[in-house]
Write a protein that binds this ligand. Structure first.
Ligand SMILES: Nc1ncnc2c1ncn2[C@@H]1O[C@H](COP(=O)(O)OP(=O)(O)OP(=O)(O)O)[C@@H](O)[C@H]1O
Length: 331
């Protein structure tokens, strides 16, 4: 498949199987995902849906079992150990919920940021200070990590992730262990880094409130991307803000690909269709229709209707000529 020149991440048919003794867990089941250069997006899904597995693969911490995974010019399935080290140093920055993995408690904030630079043989104090200033910690640079709050430590972790000037930042639950005001601050920092430094940012989270602060949200269910929500452009927003009141409640992503709603008027919801024309029907729809192993699919020239074989009320998939029509094969 042709990969857009501006794609930062491209995964196709990505499979990850964990083998423990006699048991095999298929954590990713042929996942497709493309992230554009300069995009700031979130991946949302239930516990066990495969989010961390995907992030670890993208970060070069784990190898996929099969499929395609490229980040910029790097092919993550075909890298020597040396290339992998170079990739991790030069291309990608990682932020975890648990700061302990990134930070050294008895060093100051500034020393913590300088450390990865030193390891690479080129400490740059000016840049380290710039990074700490960018995350709002100019007055805390000389404090040891143990003297900083959880939110401040998380901001040091962001500065560290940027120390190697990565094109891509991967953040696993970056707001998971901080209060909501600090979470907002962290998201604002990400947005600034994204706009001002052009860093591509991928955030993995359970936190639905992050959705409004990113350009796109992709839901993962059972190791596959199922639904995505794309932020509407400003014109559409203006139009919808006038008419679409109280729709920001957000629906059902926690239960898997959200049905019927999403993140309110600011985002438009799409079902993801893979190259074999498969798409996931949101769990809520399946349950509401009482579908089990088979469904009747009808195409009326404009939309695809799905209903249980017994002939109860169906639903429309697609409509408005956008998605689904003509795809035929649904799962
Ligand atoms: N090292 C491993 N060995 C065996 N199974 C694993 C391993 N890592 C993950 N899994 C399994 O793979 C599946 C996906 O796990 P993953 O950690 O990617 O989910 P997640 O969406 O990040 O969940 P959470 O939100 O709870 O972190 C789960 O069933 C998990 O038990």
């Amino acid at each position: 498949m042709e990969v857009s020149e501006t794609a930062m991440i491209h995964c196709e048919g990505l499979v990850k199987i964990f083998k423990t003794d006699d048991i095999e867990v298929v954590a990713l089941q042929g996942l497709n995902l493309t992230v554009a250069q300069g995009e700031m997006m979130a991946i949302i899904g239930n516990s066990g849906s495969g989010k961390s597995t995907l992030l670890n693969i993208l970060g070069g911490l784990d190898l996929p079992s099969a499929g395609t995974a490229t980040v910029g010019e790097w092919n993550l399935l075909k890298m020597t150990k040396e290339k992998l080290i170079e990739y991790k140093r030069r291309t990608v920055g990682f932020i975890w919920q648990n700061n302990g993995r990134n930070l050294v408690p008895y060093l100051t904030a500034l020393q913590n940021v300088e450390l990865p630079m030193l390891i690479q043989g080129k400490a740059d104090r000016t840049y380290a200070k710039q990074l700490l200033t960018a995350v709002g910690l100019e007055h805390r640079m000389k404090n040891r990590l143990t003297q900083l709050s959880g939110g401040e430590q998380q901001r040091v972790a962001i500065a560290i992730a940027l120390a190697g000037r990565p094109q891509l930042v991967l953040a696993d639950e970056p707001t998971g262990s901080v209060d909501s005001a600090t979470g907002e601050q962290i998201m604002a920092i990400f947005r600034r880094l994204n706009r001002e430094m052009g860093v591509t940012i991928v955030i993995v989270t359970h936190d639905l409130s992050i959705a409004d602060k990113v350009d796109r949200v992709v839901a993962i269910r059972d190791g596959l991307t199922s639904t995505e929500w794309v932020k509407r452009n400003e014109d559409a927003l203006l139009a919808s803000d006038g008419t679409d009141s109280g729709a920001d409640a957000g629906v059902g992503v926690g239960a898997g690909a959200g049905a019927g709603g999403g993140f309110g008027s600011r985002h438009e919801q799409f079902a993801v269709i893979d190259r074999s024309h498969r798409l996931q029907i949101p769990k809520e729809y399946v349950e509401a229709l009482g579908l089990s192993d088979k469904a009747v699919i009808e195409f009326d020239g404009d939309s695809v209707r799905i209903r249980p074989p017994a002939g109860a009320a169906g639903i429309s998939v697609g409509g408005e000529g956008s998605h689904g029509a003509g795809s035929g094969n649904s799962e």
